[in-house]
Write a protein that binds this ligand. Structure first.
Ligand SMILES: [Zn+2]
Length: 271
């Protein structure tokens, strides 16, 4: 399969999965807009085989009505438990579906939203807004535990897999990673690379899961050094349990959120 990332008006990515066996067939992942997807299909004379949807948020779904109306009807494949009404092919965790002649497993990844799913093949993971390159999504209105468990589930996948997430947030994320784990040489090396790419306008998504495991703090909150940092920060809280991944995730997330508000993680691009 060939995977193409279409830019959007926001920092989202819309992924197009093209079949090598049948060069006219293509799938779209999380189309929050239609105005680049439709011309892409028309210019390449592609047939829409299906739309993969990780979760219901508007910046992943707003293009769907226009795309179906213009490119012809095709299944909208997702978990039926979300509020988005146009899902026409319901899939459940553990189910395997064929996309571009490759078997993709459906993974339940609740946390960002309750119905969030990921589409997994050992070469490519479409993980929406749960795992980001060098970071992770927010647990909107959800408790921390499912998000922590979803992140650990993704960490255990084939580490050669490429992570195709829903947004380009790598620069701010890796800057936070360098604050959370200042002694991690892999993070410092990646920070320099991400800065160079971002300055040059080169996408930092996708990235290998093996790199994420070494440098993404949200896949590392239970590792000795980061865990100790979080424990030290939270020792004033009587109920903080260092052996509770939900606590560790929530503490790390709150730390990043507080820095996000200052704007410091996005600074330094012009240095
Ligand atoms: Zn979202």
């Amino acid at each position: 399969m060939e995977i193409v990332g279409l830019p959007t008006d926001y920092d989202n990515y819309i992924w197009v999965i093209r079949s090598k066996a049948d060069a006219k067939l293509a799938w779209v992942v999380d189309p929050g807009e239609s105005h680049r997807v439709i011309p892409y299909f028309q210019e390449h004379n592609l047939t829409l085989a299906g739309i993969l949807l990780t979760h219901h948020h508007y910046d992943h779904t707003d293009g769907i009505v226009d795309i179906l109306a213009t490119l012809g009807n095709a299944p909208v494949i997702s978990n039926q438990r979300g509020p988005f009404k146009l899902v026409s092919q319901h899939v459940e965790a553990g189910e395997v579906i064929s996309i571009a002649d490759h078997d993709f497993e459906i993974l339940a990844t609740p946390g960002h939203t309750h119905e969030h799913i990921a589409f997994y093949h050992p070469e490519a993971l479409f993980c929406g807004d749960v795992l980001f390159t060098a970071g992770c999504g927010k647990a909107w209105h959800q408790s921390a535990k499912p998000m922590a468990e979803s992140l650990i589930k993704l960490r255990n996948l084939d580490e050669n897999c490429w992570v195709y997430c829903g947004h380009e947030y790598t620069y701010g994320n890796i800057n936070f990673a360098a604050i959370a784990e200042p002694n991690n040489p892999d993070i410092l090396a990646r920070q320099a690379e991400v800065k160079r790419k971002t300055q040059q306008g080169i996408p930092c998504v996708p990235e290998r899961l093996s790199i994420e495991k070494k440098t993404n703090p949200f896949l590392r909150f239970d590792q000795t050094e980061l865990k100790q940092t979080l424990l030290n920060q939270n020792k004033i809280f009587e109920n903080f349990k260092a052996d509770d991944n939900g606590n560790l995730y929530a503490s790390l997330r709150a730390w990043k959120d507080s820095l996000d508000q200052t704007g410091c993680l996005e600074a330094g691009l012009n240095d």
